[in-house]
Design a protein around this ligand. Structure first.
Ligand SMILES: NC(=O)c1ccc[n+]([C@@H]2O[C@H](COP(=O)([O-])OP(=O)(O)OC[C@H]3O[C@@H](n4cnc5c(N)ncnc54)[C@H](OP(=O)(O)O)[C@@H]3O)[C@@H](O)[C@H]2O)c1
Length: 323
């Protein structure tokens, strides 16, 4: 599979696997399915894997680390994130996590982008992953924490990068505007924009992608199914969008896009996986998967040939706002 180097740190395969699902996002994923999903990704040539402490309060990192164990370390790239420090909480272990993951509420997350918080978070991640280094560290969802994240948090990541402890640094968010500020004001190598540069919507096309391109900052387009809405050939009524039930107008829009895709002999998810790669700032498309079948599906979609006429017709129909 093609890969592109970041300006510092590793090269990323064009297709990456997101491991939020290995942390029991929405529902349980088994240990066996997690290993099989990573095996399938490896067979498909995927060498970039993304995780975070947030995903199942550590479960995703543990499962990803176990599934990658024994493979040549130089051959794969792992990113994790900082900002939510995991804190032991035996008193809430009888409760369920309230942030979308099917796990017990122990440990719990505490926002912390301080130097100490970043260092402790990364140490915990390495421990759970069973690795002595990660290749990329992102500030994770600092929407309400700009000052601390862009200040102490980013300074700490840059210090770790300068020391060679991590290869590349950046931020990962569900919005484009603050990521644009990170690219404008901080010395980042890569940003992960989730759900905001997809076949369904392209707010990142206005400022983030042109600026990232100009500065040589790599963009990882994550959540290319918009958390589920674009993941099936036919859009079901109960599809997910941004980790909740999709609003009716977006279901209608996804179905309208699917009809155009069909006229061009491709499926909605084929086009969803291919679309972000058309932009020169995008180095990698990252989809979330919990089973080998979903991974294989993603790899097949990535290999699909898309006629150019599809993009033109979507644009003419007003269904694409960005390139
Ligand atoms: N702030 C951030 O930095 C941030 C935010 C969001 C995501 N991310 C990263 O990006 C990754 C991807 O985002 P995401 O998982 O939220 O959204 P996504 O990739 O848009 O959608 C993933 C969902 O699509 C479904 N799916 C995947 N492959 C499929 C297939 N072949 N056939 C049918 N359905 C399929 C699965 O649904 P089911 O759940 O029903 O199995 C899966 O949960 C995450 O895992 C994470 O690593 C980062």
């Amino acid at each position: 599979m093609r890969s592109s180097p970041l300006r510092r740190g590793p090269a990323l395969t064009e297709l990456g696997m997101g491991a939020a699902q290995l942390g029991n996002l929405y529902r349980e994923t088994t240990d066996e399915a997690s290993v099989a999903a990573v095996d399938a990704a490896w067979r498909a040539g995927i060498r970039y894997f993304d995780t975070a402490p947030h995903y199942g309060v550590g479960l995703s990192e543990r499962r990803l680390g176990a599934a990658l164990a024994g493979r040549p370390r130089a051959e794969f790239v792992v990113s994790t994130k900082v900002g939510r420090l995991l804190v032991p909480s035996p008193g809430t272990a009888h409760l369920r996590d309230d942030q979308g993951f099917a796990v017990a509420a122990d440990p719990v997350r505490r926002w912390d982008f301080s130097r100490d918080g970043v260092l402790r978070s990364l140490a915990g991640s390495l421990d759970r992953l069973g690795l002595d280094r990660v290749d990329i560290v992102y500030l994770h969802d600092p929407d309400e924490h700009w000052e601390q994240a862009a200040g102490a948090g980013m300074r700490t990541l840059i210090e770790l990068r300068d020391q060679g402890v991590v290869g590349a640094v950046g931020a990962g968010m569900n919005q484009a505007a603050m990521l644009t500020e990170f690219v404008r004001r901080c010395d980042v190598d890569v940003v992960m924009v989730a759900g905001r540069y997809t076949l369904l919507e392209q707010p990142a096309a206005r400022e983030l992608l042109p600026l990232a391109r100009e500065r040589g900052v790599g963009v990882v387009a994550a959540g290319v199914y918009n958390s589920g809405l674009l993941s099936a050939r036919e859009v079901p009524d109960g599809a997910h969008y941004d980790y909740g039930p999709a609003p009716a107008p977006l279901i209608e829009k996804a179905r309208a896009i699917a009809r155009v895709c069909e006229r061009h002999g491709v499926t909605l998810p084929d086009a969803a996986v291919r679309f972000p790669l058309r932009h020169p700032a995008v180095v990698c498309v990252l989809f979330g998967a919990r089973t080998p079948q979903q991974v294989d599906g993603g790899a097949e979609r990535h290999a699909a040939a898309i006629p150019d006429g599809l993009w033109a017709e979507l644009a003419e129909a007003g269904l694409l706002s960005g390139r």
